[in-house]
Design a protein around this ligand. Structure first.
Ligand code: MN
Length: 509
């Protein structure tokens, strides 16, 4: 099992307080999960320790790492919110609660409203660290998915592809996206997965030797040209992203030019353009294949120069040229922007300090956190350099001056879901309904039999009349009785045509 010591070993220059915090979170989590096991039979602690370690490796700070150790305690153990507040304070509680809340955003199995679900997912997280913990949590769950009962597997894998992958992509978190995609791929598309794997094997054979040879040749040229600091590596395209491309190219692998890629990472931007010249002198570039994403970043902030070349042995290779900073951002995306800030320990974090505000500074003046002098340097260092993904800045543009994080999320929800609301079953499945929908509509959306036998409803744990107007995020519970029957009044309360149709059918009988 991964130890607290190992996790702490990945923190960057932790203070004594940081070490104590992570050790305590580890001990509390270990005790809380004692006797619990994963589907694999391993102690439950292996999961939270793995999530926490991965976050530490990514460069996240001690608070995020500690919160990750505790992320399943409120939901799965005797530990209460009060316990965490008392032992770890408001900020850790905020993160743990955030991750717990996010578990209630679930993919319901219909593709119609996935985009809204993605936005709900992001909006619900409130703090980018919550989202990052949740993504890494999912990553570990995907790594161990083989042990999960078959019935559940497909839903989890599809949810990963439909919600988690697009979210990580749009946040620019390239590495985690690729891992999630390739882990989910064989479960969601088993046949296609096999097919892609076969095509790939046939095409590239002993690619490693060849790539290694090209990489060495390139290194030699760069050194001769006087480039001082550079790093080269190679990669094979991920299976899922290859699958996506093959579909667009009529399954002709010879049309996929970025199957194999060599990456050159440099210390500054001037060198990137210099190296592009060196490469084009060395290998023949394919026409119209040079893409300058440094001058013109992708919408999610991705920066690099790409070019496709034919090497001596007639291999087609993509070369990706970028600076160290661009490389880090391509791997970690938004996380790379907050890592610095996350490392500043011992400063109170205001709940109003939401991550949209951090990313879209000009739209969110004044910052609640400007009031504290200790964080002044953060304000100075973070704007301007941060490249905001278009998607996020569009969300930000809707809000000129929100007063608090909670209100912001509330606003966002109403804006996003002008015509639809999303409510949850007690198990956390999402049901989408039109605005103004009532528990009656909810019941019929679950099943017509449940609709017909509805006797009473609870909204957020409290008894609520059947004509209650539901709101985004409500948890709705329906109680049924065999003796219950639809009434005229139900017809007035129902908003969906489906509910109305079923009610009318019964009334007419
Ligand atoms: Mn978990």
């Amino acid at each position: 099992m991964i130890s607290a010591k190992e996790i702490i070993g990945h923190l960057s220059s932790p203070s004594d307080a940081d070490i104590a915090l992570v050790e305590k979170a580890y001990a509390v989590a270990e005790k809380a999960h004692e006797g619990h096991t994963r589907y694999s039979g391993e102690p439950y602690m292996t999961h939270v320790a793995a999530v926490s370690l991965r976050l530490a490796e990514m460069g996240m700070g001690p608070r995020t790492v500690a919160a990750a150790l505790l992320h399943d305690t409120i939901e799965d153990t005797e530990i209460t919110e009060d316990d965490i507040r008392r032992e770890f304070g408001e900020e850790i509680l905020f993160l743990v609660e955030g991750v717990t809340k996010l578990s209630s955003v679930r993919y319901y199995g219909t593709d119609r409203h996935n985009e809204s679900l993605r936005k709900l997912f992001v909006a619900t997280s409130q703090d980018i660290r919550v989202l990052i913990i949740k993504l890494v949590d999912r990553l570990h769950n995907m790594m161990t998915l083989a042990h999960v009962p078959e019935k559940k597997r497909l839903r989890i894998a599809r949810e990963t592809l439909e919600i988690y992958v697009p979210v990580s992509h749009r946040l620019g978190m390239g590495r985690i996206r690729k891992e999630l995609e390739d882990l989910a791929f064989p479960y969601v598309y088993p046949e296609e997965h096999k097919k892609v794997l076969e095509i790939l094997k046939k095409k590239i054979g002993k690619y490693e030797e060849r790539l290694e040879r090209e990489r060495k040749a390139l290194q030699k040229k760069l050194a001769e040209a006087g480039i001082r600091h550079f790093n080269t590596s190679y990669r094979v395209k991920g299976l899922y992203s290859l699958f996506q491309k093959l579909k667009r190219k009529d399954w002709d692998i010879d049309q996929v030019y970025d199957l194999l890629a060599i990456r050159v990472v440099l210390s500054n931007m001037e060198d990137c353009y210099k190296v592009l010249g060196i490469i084009h002198e060395m290998w023949r570039p394919l026409p119209k294949r040079v893409k300058d994403y440094i001058a013109f970043p992708k919408p999610n902030g991705y920066q690099s120069i790409h070019t496709t070349v034919a090497t001596g042995s007639a291999n087609i290779l993509e070369i990706q040229i970028r600076t160290e900073k661009m490389h880090h951002e391509a791997e970690y995306g938004i996380a790379s922007h907050i890592i610095y800030k996350d490392r500043q320990v011992g400063q109170p974090v205001n709940r109003a300090e939401n991550w949209f505000a951090q990313l879209v500074p000009s739209l969110f003046r004044p910052f609640a956190w400007r009031k504290t002098t200790e964080t002044a340097h953060v304000t100075k260092s973070s704007p301007a350099k941060v490249k905001i993904p278009l998607w996020i800045s569009q969300i930000g543009e809707m809000y000129a001056a929100p007063d608090s994080g909670a209100e912001l999320v509330e606003d966002m929800r109403t804006d996003f879901f002008k015509h639809r609301i999303f409510v949850f079953t007690p198990l956390g499945d999402v049901v989408d309904l039109p605005l103004g929908a009532t528990p009656i509509d909810f019941a019929y959306a679950i099943h017509s039999e449940i609709g017909n036998q509805t006797s009473s409803s609870k909204v957020n744990g409290k008894m609520a009349s059947l004509d209650t107007e539901l709101r985004n995020g409500d948890i709705v519970e329906i109680e049924t009785k065999k003796s219950s029957k639809p009434t005229r009044k139900w017809l007035e309360s129902a908003k969906t045509t489906m509910a109305k149709r079923h009610i009318k059918a019964v009334l007419e009988k």
